[in-house]
Design a binder for this molecule. Structure first.
Ligand code: NAD
Length: 329
């Protein structure tokens, strides 16, 4: 680390990158050196808004930074992150880590050689609605995930699997701790020449089955996860930050009366279904994610989504996308 308090920069200040600038300004544990964007007009506007400095030259910014956020379009991640790592900067790379596995492997190898951290922007892992599951023993038999979004031009530089489904692949892998046994996938192109709606069925070695639907042609945004396991059903709304748990109580007693929402009889035994709604402290998820990166720079934390996790999610996303393409042709 060049500095006692990490000095960071932001590369690419479009739709998402400007929020990285905002949060680095707000975080106490870091100093924001400035930002760089090939669109200098945009860079100046964002620098003025957040009272930061716009650099005309990426190399000048990298020379003074300990770490940078790479928030440029996905096809540029490899080239931009490579320059940063070569200058000894730790990198936070927005998801997907890169467009191809070869690019991801190249970056991870380079980062290891230069001894720098790689964190990948799978932001949903910091969603408090997902964190609310932590007190429960989650071992689902069946997982259903839906991520639907209205069409926008942004993100269509990559197929829907690499833009949207990759979030849920990463979440799924963080929940189901078992190797994948097989995958089936199908999809369709509706508005673009690429795949706009995708469905994947992932079966794990431990028997868990997951069904993921992702679409960028929807009237409203939906981001929901449903988990079914022995005697427990959990529903997580990542957009509303709402988590609800229903679980069976084997031996009802008076103290459980307050919780009961329904009862049923099975094999002659009366059972209650308890309903729990964990209280969720709604926080800005990007701030939580960047704080994890910043604290990882000084060894106080480790990245929750490191380069390997980003690479693993990409590998499965590419596999699903390739299967869809084969299925279409
Ligand atoms: P955007 O098009 O709004 O912004 C990209 C910015 O990068 C633009 O300002 C552009 O001028 C700049 N740029 C392009 N090439 C550059 C280069 N070589 N050097 C410096 N600047 C360059 O895109 P966006 O929606 O902000 O997406 C950026 C990245 O963030 C993408 O990888 C995307 O997949 C990812 N993203 C992640 C999430 C999430 O939920 N984690 C959400 C949206 C976008």
């Amino acid at each position: 680390m060049r500095n006692e308090k990490p000095v960071v920069g932001v590369i690419g200040v479009g739709h998402l990158g400007q929020h990285h600038v905002k949060h680095y300004k707000l975080l106490n544990d870091v100093n924001l050196a400035g930002l760089y964007d090939i669109d200098s007009k945009k860079a100046n506007i964002v620098a003025n808004t957040y009272k930061s400095t716009s650099f005309n030259n990426l190399s000048d910014l990298l020379t003074i930074c300990d770490a940078v956020s790479v928030v440029t379009p996905t096809e540029t991640h490899k080239h931009v992150a490579e320059q940063a790592i070569n200058k000894g900067c730790h990198v936070f790379i927005e998801k997907p880590i890169t467009k191809t596995l070869e690019e991801a492997d190249h970056l991870l190898k380079l980062a290891e050689k230069e001894n720098v951290l790689v964190q990948v922007g799978h932001i949903e892992r910091f969603n408090p609605a997902l964190s609310a599951l932590k007190p429960y023993k989650i071992t689902p038999k069946f997982v259903e995930i839906q991520r639907l979004a209205p069409y926008t031009v942004r993100g269509t530089d990559v197929p829907v699997v690499l833009d949207l489904m990759i979030h849920d692949i990463d979440i799924l892998l963080s929940i189901v701790k078992s190797p994948i046994k097989n995958i089936r996938a199908s999809g369709v192109s509706i508005l673009t020449d690429s795949v706009d709606i995708a469905h994947a069925r992932i079966k794990f070695e431990n028997g868990t089955v997951a069904s993921i639907v992702s679409s960028r042609i929807s009237q409203n945004k939906v981001r929901k996860i449903k988990l079914f396991q022995k005697n427990l059903y959990a529903t997580i709304d990542l957009l509303l930050m709402l988590t609800e748990i229903y679980h069976v109580i084997d031996k009802p007693d008076d103290s459980s009366e307050a919780l009961k929402t329904a009862s049923f009889t099975y094999n002659g035994d009366k059972k209650l279904i308890a309903y729990e709604k964990p209280s969720i402290d709604e926080k800005d998820v990007l701030q939580l994610e960047l704080k994890n990166f910043v604290l990882s720079l000084t060894g106080k934390e480790t990245p929750i989504v490191d380069g390997i996790a980003g690479r693993t999610a990409l590998a499965i996303a590419i596999k699903i996308h390739d299967m869809i393409i084969q299925d279409i042709h």
